[in-house]
Design a protein. Structure first.
Length: 320
C-alpha cells in the first residue's frame, strides 16, 4: 500500500490518536479534548475539531492537520511520517485508509487486547532491536514479544511492561501502549537511581553499564513524562538521582521539576546535547568512538558519579 499526503489527511484524528493509545478526557460530536500527547500537563488543553479534522494545542499555541501532528509527535519530516503508513505492520494501517468523517466515526475507542507474550523471536523485531543497538539477549531480559489484537486482527511488537501490568509496544513503525499505563521501576540494592523517559534509553544504558562495569543502580522508566507526578514519591526515596530525559520541551520541563523538588537530583543529559535522547546518541555517536581510551573517558563524563566508584572494565571491547 502506498499513500500520499491527501490520503493521510483524510484519516480521522480521533481514531488516529486512539491508535497511539490516547483517549480524550471529554468529547462530543463536535470536539474532543486530550491531555496533550506532545507534552506533560494536568488539564486537557489539546483540542481536536471533529468537524474540520484539525487539532490545536493551546499550551504550545500550535496546531494543524494530522500531518502536522505526526511530524510533531514523531519528531520527523513529512516523508518519514508518510512512510509509517507503507508497511504491513504499521499500526496506523490497521485502522484502514478509509475516509471517515466525524459523523461516521465510531464513538467506541479502539481497544488493544494482549493475546500472548513470549521471548522475542520474530525476525522483524530482532532487526528492529539491532537498528536500535540493543542485543537480543539483553532485550529478552527486560522485554517480551507481545501479540496484541486490534479489531479482528492480531499484530506483534516488542512489549516493555509497566508496574501496573500494561505494555509499552514498539516496532519499527508503531509507538503505542495498552491500559493500564504507568511507570516501570527496576530496583537494585543501590542508593543511586537513574531516570529514563523510554525503554530504549534504559536498554542503551544497560548495554553501557554491563559492557564497562559501571556500578549497578536502580532504574526508573517513566514510559511518558505524563507520569512524572506519580513517580516523585519513588524518586524521593533515593539519595542520588540522575535524569536522562529527552531534549525536547517536555523532557526539559520534567528534568527541571524533579531537580526543584528533590535536592539530590541532577541532570545527566548534557552529553547527548544536540540529539533527541540517549538512544539516538547510542546509535549515532557511540559506534564512532573507536579509540578505547577516548571511549572510557567519554563514559566517565557521561555518567557522573560513576568515575570514582569503579574502574571501567574492558574498554577496548566494542558492541557491534
Amino acid at each position: 500500500m502506498s499513500v500520499n499526503i491527501e490520503d493521510v489527511k483524510k484519516l480521522d484524528l480521533v481514531e488516529f490518536l486512539a491508535s497511539l493509545g490516547f483517549t480524550p478526557e471529554r468529547k462530543n460530536e463536535r470536539e474532543a479534548w486530550y491531555l496533550s500527547p506532545l507534552r506533560s500537563e494536568k488539564t486537557a488543553s489539546f483540542k481536536v475539531d471533529r468537524q474540520k479534522n484539525r487539532w490545536y494545542d493551546f499550551g504550545e499555541a500550535v496546531g494543524g492537520t494530522i500531518i502536522d501532528f505526526g511530524m510533531a509527535f514523531y519528531k520527523c519530516d513529512i516523508p518519514t511520517f508518510l512512510s509509517k503508513f507503507d508497511h504491513e505492520l504499521s499500526f496506523h494501517g490497521q485502522l484502514g485508509l478509509h475516509h471517515a468523517t466525524p459523523a461516521q466515526a465510531s464513538h467506541e475507542e479502539p481497544k488493544i487486547h494482549i493475546r500472548a507474550e513470549r521471548p522475542i523471536t520474530a525476525p522483524a523485531l530482532i532487526d528492529y532491536l539491532d537498528r536500535r543497538g540493543i542485543p537480543l539477549e539483553l532485550a529478552n531480559r527486560f522485554c517480551r514479544e507481545v501479540v496484541y489484537r486490534l479489531g479482528k486482527k492480531d499484530y506483534y511488537a516488542i512489549g516493555f511492561k509497566n508496574d501496573k501490568g500494561g505494555f509499552e509496544l514498539r516496532n519499527a513503525l508503531i509507538k503505542l501502549s495498552n491500559s493500564p499505563k504507568g511507570i516501570t521501576l527496576i530496583p537494585e540494592d543501590s542508593r543511586e537511581l537513574r531516570v529514563f523517559e523510554g525503554c530504549f534509553d534504559f536498554l542503551s544504558f544497560k548495554v553501557l553499564e554491563e559492557q564497562f562495569g559501571l556500578p549497578t543502580s536502580s532504574c526508573l522508566i517513566l514510559n511518558s513524562v505524563a507520569f512524572l507526578r506519580e513517580s516523585l514519591p519513588v524518586i524521593r526515596q533515593y539519595s542520588s538521582v540522575t535524569l536522562y530525559l529527552d531534549h525536547d520541551p517536555a523532557g526539559r520541563r520534567a528534568t527541571e521539576q524533579v531537580i526543584q523538588e528533590h535536592p539530590a537530583a541532577r541532570d545527566g543529559s548534557d552529553f547527548y546535547k544536540g540529539v533527541k535522547d540517549l538512544n539516538e546518541w547510542f546509535v549515532s555517536v557511540y559506534p564512532k568512538l573507536s579509540d578505547a581510551q577516548q571511549l572510557a573517558r567519554e563514559l566517565q563524563r557521561k555518567f557522573p558519579g560513576d568515575d570514582n566508584s569503579t574502574e571501567l572494565r574492558n574498554p577496548g571491547r566494542r558492541i557491534r
